[in-house]
Write a protein that binds this ligand. Structure first.
Ligand code: PEP
Length: 251
């Protein structure tokens, strides 16, 4: 079955307003593979501008790096899914390891956030991944399956059919150490099997699973050639137009 190919850039808390605008303009000027969906996750204050700039070209979308678990109200500093939708975004990152580990987001909060995302017709890019200690103790499959089950079981087959998943081993994020194609493939295949057990084959074979963790223009082609790797969630290398476009063109 042919699945969507996707390359997404998570800019985290990087770039100034003008650097963000320049980066998008530079990327749009490149000749990139039209069969690849491109998603940009800039910081919140730049979302409207980035969304408007991307809207001129097909296949380019913006998304938020996080959203509130609440709908609206007295939650100082929070940004709701409806606000994100109103500035032209289509996607929201949920459960990134930096949110889980630094901000102690729980599975219950991730469920509420995804409920808000769905309610506002946005698509969740739901991230899972094990810590180094969990891999070293050979608990990586168990950890990732637990993260998947604790959240996905709250949603219907029809809802999950619209999700994007991202496998991001925490030991590979921002470290320069990448999962080998073998490690990525075996985990992506395990994730697909877990989705199949929860929701049947049709959802499992359809859902895109992205790899994230020190993916760059040198290792992207090898990773993207794995049967169950449908693209990448890129951190550091998404901040340079040339690197990001080379990654997009790595399928
Ligand atoms: C990320 O944080 O989503 C990520 C994959 O970062 P990096 O590519 O820098 O490892």
């Amino acid at each position: 079955m042919s699945r969507k190919k996707i390359v997404a850039g998570n800019w985290k808390m990087n770039t100034s307003f003008s650097e963000a605008a320049d980066l998008v303009e530079q990327i749009l000027a490149y000749d990139t593979d039209a069969n690849v969906t491109k998603i940009f996750f800039p910081p919140f204050p730049y979302l409207k501008n980035v969304s408007d700039t991307l809207a001129v070209k097909t296949g380019y979308y913006s998304g938020a790096q996080n959203c509130s678990e609440y709908e609206h109200g007295a939650f100082t500093g929070e940004v709701s899914a409806s606000m994100i939708s109103s500035v032209g975004c289509k996607f929201v990152l949920i459960g990134h390891s930096e949110r889980r580990n630094y901000f102690k987001e729980t599975n219950a909060q991730l469920v509420s956030k995804i409920q808000q995302v769905i309610k506002n017709n946005l698509v969740p890019v739901f991230c899972v991944g094990e810590l180094l200690a969990e891999r070293k103790s050979n608990n990586h499959f168990e950890t990732v399956n637990h993260q998947l089950k604790e959240v996905l079981r709250h949603f219907t087959k029809e809802e999950v059919n619209n999700f994007i998943l991202a496998y991001e081993p925490v030991w590979a994020i921002g470290t320069g150490e990448t999962a080998s194609p073998l490690q990525a493939q075996e985990m992506h295949s395990n994730i697909r099997t877990c989705v199949k057990e929860l929701f049947k084959e049709q959802v499992a074979s359809h859902i895109p699973i992205l790899y994230g963790g020190s993916c760059n223009e040198k290792n992207a082609a090898e990773l993207f050639s794995c049967e169950d790797v449908d693209g990448g969630l890129i951190g550091g290398a998404s901040l340079k137009a040339d690197s990001f476009c080379k990654i997009i063109n790595s399928f």
